[in-house]
Structures are given as structure tokens and as C-alpha cells.
Write a protein that binds this ligand. Structure first.
Ligand code: PLP
Length: 273
């Protein structure tokens, strides 16, 4: 496997970043996961826009987006695969052992792995920890993911593949790596970005393509919703058949099935929507 680091392609087994990189010592970095089918990335422009937004939010120098595009193309060319997931990371760069960044500028890493096929439906659990809708990192796609790792492990212990968070005022927010939609009284709804969720790219496309409405929703909407689905780069639109102990028989229900169909059709016809 070849990945991109230090301005060129390197062998993954020997590629290195410094042990003093601020991404490691302080979790100071940003990233994007981009789906690639047949060697072609999906929605790369939107991912690069968000990468630049995350850099600004974290006060990192903006990555050179032309270099990021070149790096993605080079990594995809060097590692042919049918269904891949590009991982673009910009870390804080070399630093002293404290909480301040050094002045070397960020390190760009682009790697590629196989993307498995997602099942049509999955189980989720809610977790007792909250997303902060007013934090310094809210809405940024940073490498500070430890809380998500803990929550996902909790979900796995209960036979689920995703954990859903409420925010600090008890509203439904998002998953560890996905956004959430519910069908309530025939209406397709999703929490607004002001809930503290990431502005997911799949979420934005699903809203555009299905006409879903944004609404503040209490967490217990999950006990009443007729249908629930998740969106993310690697899940696309994925139905939920169990929330905590509650089964949602027949998932995907009609609204979710339509959203899945519309998403697949539109995504297949436009690689950079
Ligand atoms: N929310 C979080 C916390 C995420 O990490 C992700 C993606 O990894 C998403 C939502 C979904 O975003 P996207 O559709 O851009 O993959």
C-alpha cells in the first residue's frame, strides 16, 4: 500500500510522521473520509471545502487543496481497488511537548483502505454522554475522536454499529460517525447543524435530494419515530432496525427505502454533486 506523506508517495509500511507531531501529542488535526468507487472519489469538492473550513476553525494553516487533490489522485492510482475509502489527514505538525503548536505547518497524509459493503439496515444505541453544541470544536471534523471511539465500543458491546448522542439540552444530535434522520407522522426530519452535529456531506445531499426538513428533536423522538436512518460517507443512507431495545420491523420502511433509492441514483449520475 502506497500513501502520501511529506509531499510524495511512500510505502505505508515505512512511512513515518514524527513522534512530536501535535496530532499525536494533542489530537490537533483535521480529517476527511472520502468514498472512492472504481478509483474515482465521490463529492471531493465538498470534502475539500469542509477540510478548509475545519482548518480555519482549528486555526491551522489552510491546506493546499491542489496538493490534496493531486495526493488523492496519486494514491488512488497507486492502489487500484473497486470500493475504497480515502483518509485525508492534516495534523498540527511538529511541536514542543506542550499544548502549543510549533511552526513547521501541518503534515498532510492521504491513505486508502478497502471500504466494505454496508448492510441495508443496522442497530443503534443511545449513549449517556452529550455532544456540546457550543464547543470550540463543534462542527469541525477534527482528529480528536476519542469520545467517538468510546461510544462506538459501547454500541458494539450491545450488538449495534452506531451510538447516537443527544446534545447538552437533550436534543437528538448525531452518531459517532453519522447523521440521523427520523420519520414522524409522515414527515422526514433531521436535527439542524445548530444541534451540534457535523454538517455531514451525505446529510446535506440527502436533505437536498429528499426534501427532508431540519427540526430540533428531543432524544425520545427515537421511541416514537416510524422510521430511522443514518447517513454518512461510508454508510450512504442506511436504515435502522433497532434503537436500544426497540425494534423497527420492516426496516427499511417506505420513506427510508425511497431515500436510499434516490440517493443511489443521484450519486451514481454525479460524482461531484
Ligand atoms: N458526524 C460525525 C461525527 C462524523 O464523523 C461523520 C463522518 O465521519 C458524519 C457525521 C457524517 O458525515 P459525512 O456524511 O460527511 O461522512
Amino acid at each position: 500500500m502506497k500513501l502520501w506523506v511529506d509531499g510524495g508517495l511512500r510505502d505505508a509500511a515505512t512511512a513515518r510522521v514524527s513522534v512530536l507531531d501535535h496530532g499525536l501529542t494533542a489530537g490537533d488535526g483535521i480529517f476527511e473520509t472520502v468514498k472512492a468507487t472504481g478509483g474515482r472519489p465521490f463529492a471531493l469538492t465538498r470534502h475539500l471545502d469542509r477540510l478548509a473550513r475545519s482548518a480555519r476553525g482549528l486555526g491551522l494553516p489552510e491546506p493546499d487543496l491542489d496538493e490534496v487533490r493531486r495526493a488523492c489522485a496519486a494514491v488512488l492510482d497507486a492502489n487500484p481497488m473497486e470500493r475504497g475509502r480515502l483518509r485525508i489527514t492534516c495534523t498540527g505538525g511538529l511541536s514542543p511537548l506542550g499544548s502549543e503548536r510549533g511552526d513547521t505547518g501541518p503534515t498532510l497524509i492521504v491513505a486508502l483502505g478497502e471500504a466494505g459493503r454496508r448492510p441495508d439496515s443496522t442497530a443503534v444505541v443511545t449513549v449517556p454522554w452529550t455532544r456540546n453544541e457550543r464547543g470550540a470544536l463543534t462542527g469541525l471534523k477534527t482528529t480528536s475522536y476519542a469520545e467517538n471511539v468510546v461510544a462506538l465500543a459501547r454500541a458494539r458491546e450491545q450488538g449495534a454499529t452506531e451510538a447516537l448522542f443527544a446534545n447538552t439540552v437533550g436534543q437528538l444530535c448525531e452518531g459517532t460517525g453519522s447523521n440521523v434522520f427520523v420519520v414522524l407522522d409522515g414527515q422526514l426530519l433531521t436535527p439542524p447543524v445548530s444541534s451540534g452535529c457535523l454538517a455531514g456531506i451525505t446529510r446535506a445531499l440527502a436533505v437536498e435530494w429528499t426534501g427532508a426538513q431540519e427540526a430540533d428533536l428531543p432524544l425520545d423522538v427515537l421511541e416514537r419515530a416510524d422510521e430511522v436512518f443514518l447517513t454518512s460517507t461510508l454508510r450512504d443512507v442506511q436504515a435502522v432496525h433497532r434503537v436500544d431495545g426497540r425494534q423497527l420491523p420492516g426496516a427499511p420502511g417506505p420513506v427510508t427505502a425511497k431515500a436510499m433509492r434516490v440517493f443511489d441514483e443521484r450519486a451514481a449520475s454525479d460524482l461531484d454533486p
